[in-house]
Structure formats: C-alpha cells, structure tokens
Design a protein around this ligand. Structure first.
Ligand code: NDP
Length: 258
C-alpha cells in the first residue's frame, strides 16, 4: 500500500472514469446517490444497487438526462436477499458487461444508539447483516467479474466510530470495525494474485437521512452535502488509486475538537 496516497488531494479529470463499470450499493439516496451521479459525470457506466426501485429509477433517469453512459439498476434488498438473488446480480453483471471495475459498498443501517448492555438483539443482527454480511456476500459473488477487470477497486464505507470505539454506537460501530477487518483480509488475500485492490473510505459527517437519524437535534444544514464529498470516491474507484490496497482513508479532515 502507498502511504503517501491521499484521495482528498486528487482532482479528477474530465472523463477520468470512461470505460469503467462501477457498482454502488445504496445508490438510491444520500452519499451513494451522489457518488453514483459523480461517477456517471466522470463517464463511468454505473450499476445502481438498492432496495427501492422507484428511487433507483429516479437516479437512473437523472444520469440518462445528463448524457452520461447509460446506467443499469439491480434491485437487491440487502436485509432479505438470498443466495439466488446475489447470483442473479452477479450473472447479470457478467452477461451485460463481462467484467466489473469498481464496487462501492455504501448501503448501511444505523440501528439504534444505545448501551451494549441494553442493545436490542434483533436490531444488532439486522445491522450486522446489512452492513457486513451482505457486503461480504456481494463481494464474493462479484469477485469473478472484478478479476476480469484490468484494474478493479473494491471500496468499503467506513466511519469515524468504526476506527475508535465510541459509547452507544453499538452494532453500527462494530459493523464498521468489521468492514475495516474485511477490507484488510481481502486486500491481503488478493495481493499478488489479482489486480483487485481493496480499501475503506470514511466520508465523514454529511447531510443525509442517516446523519439526521443519528443526530436529530443537530443543525444539519451546517454539514456538507454528499455531492461535495465525491472527489475522494472518484480517486479510490478510478485509475488514480491503481496499486493502492489495504488502506483506510478519509474524505474530510477530522472535525475540530470541542
Ligand atoms: P442514507 O441513509 O442517506 O442512505 C443509506 C443508503 O443505504 C440508502 O440508499 C438506503 O436505501 C440504502 N440501504 C439501507 N438499507 C438497505 C438494504 N437493506 N438494502 C439495500 N440498500 C439499503 O445514509 P448515508 O448516505 O448517510 O450513508 C452512506 C454510507 O456512509 C453508510 O455506509 C454510512 O454508514 C456512511 N457514513 C455516513 C456518514 C454521514 O454523516 N452521513 C458518516 C460516516 C459514514 P433506501 O433509499 O431504500 O433507504
């Protein structure tokens, strides 16, 4: 891994993602939607993955209206999907595109904020399933397509609370720690035997539904819009990060203390 690489300093060139096929989970809203639109703007062919077909169709239409390469939609509810649903997505990707150049695991559930002592067990299972197990399962079925790329990037979405433990963040924090581990293990396994690189990116605070759920009393309009944070995603999903693997990156500088 290149310690010097900082995706925050990268200025994407027009057409930087041309010819790349990039799949994004949770592309219907928030950061995933913004990254999908940005990838399309830089000329990637985007596969929009999510559970809400209507919202995905709206993103698809927005990409179509912009004149970017035509996107496609894969409806996949990461809480309920079974093995056959994952296989269906992987088969469709190989059949339609013959390879996959980028995979952003962005979809996530917050769960509840409560002490571990009182954390609701079914909520714990749902959060760990959507945030970790589904990302593992989707990566596994898509690895054959990723290995067919000349230069593929798998990117897991991290969080500040998944790098340093913080009280009451429960299953969400634990799931983000798990993704750091999954990313490192997968990166080590693929190094030297494939051209697939694997990293994590923490978007930092952003003006989304999840942030509002976590901090209902916060003045959310003071936070950056997801569209302002897409540059580091382009850097890590595109050719700028070729050869960079096993890293944990941030899209924003750390917030000031106090
Ligand atoms: P949002 O709640 O705005 O978006 C979450 C996305 O995940 C939506 O597209 C949602 O789909 C999708 N999703 C949720 N459950 C499922 C499911 N079962 N199957 C398929 N898709 C699902 O969140 P953000 O944009 O804020 O978060 C995006 C990522 O960034 C997450 O991984 C989050 O942990 C991380 N993050 C966010 C921060 C922030 O401040 N916002 C800070 C640090 C990390 P639908 O539209 O159907 O609800």
């Amino acid at each position: 891994m290149s310690a010097a690489f900082d995706p925050r300093t990268h200025l994407p060139a027009a057409g930087e993602l041309a010819g790349r096929v990039i799949a994004i989970t949770g592309a219907s809203d928030g950061i995933g939607r913004a990254v999908a639109l940005a990838c399309a703007r830089y000329q990637a062919t985007v596969i929009l993955i999510g559970r809400n077909e209507r919202k995905l169709e709206a993103v698809h239409a927005e990409i179509g209206a912009s004149g970017a390469p035509e996107a496609s939609i894969a409806v996949l509810d990461l809480e309920r999907a079974l093995a056959a649903d994952y296989d269906r997505v992987a088969d469709a990707v190989l059949e339609r595109y013959g390879r996959l150049d980028g995979l952003l695991h962005n979809a996530a559930l917050l769960g509840t904020l409560s002490p571990i002592e009182h954390y609701d067990v079914p909520t714990w299972c749902r959060v760990l399933h959507v945030n970790v197990t589904a990302a593992f399962a989707l990566t596994q079925v898509l690895l054959p397509a990723l290995k067919k790329s000349a230069d593929a990037s798998v990117l897991f979405t991290a969080s500040t609370v998944g790098r340093h433990g913080r009280a009451y963040w429960g299953a969400y924090a634990v799931s983000k720690f798990a993704l750091e581990g999954l990313s490192q293990v997968l990166s080590a396994e693929l190094e030297g035997i494939s051209r697939v690189r694997v990293n994590t990116l923490n978007p930092g605070r952003a003006r989304t539904a999840m942030r509002r759920q976590a901090y209902p009393a916060e003045a959310i309009e003071t936070l950056p819009l997801p569209a302002a944070l897409t540059g580091p995603y382009i850097a890590l999903l595109g050719p700028a990060s070729r050869g960079v693997s096993g890293g944990s990156f941030d899209a924003q500088p750390p917030p000031l203390a106090g």
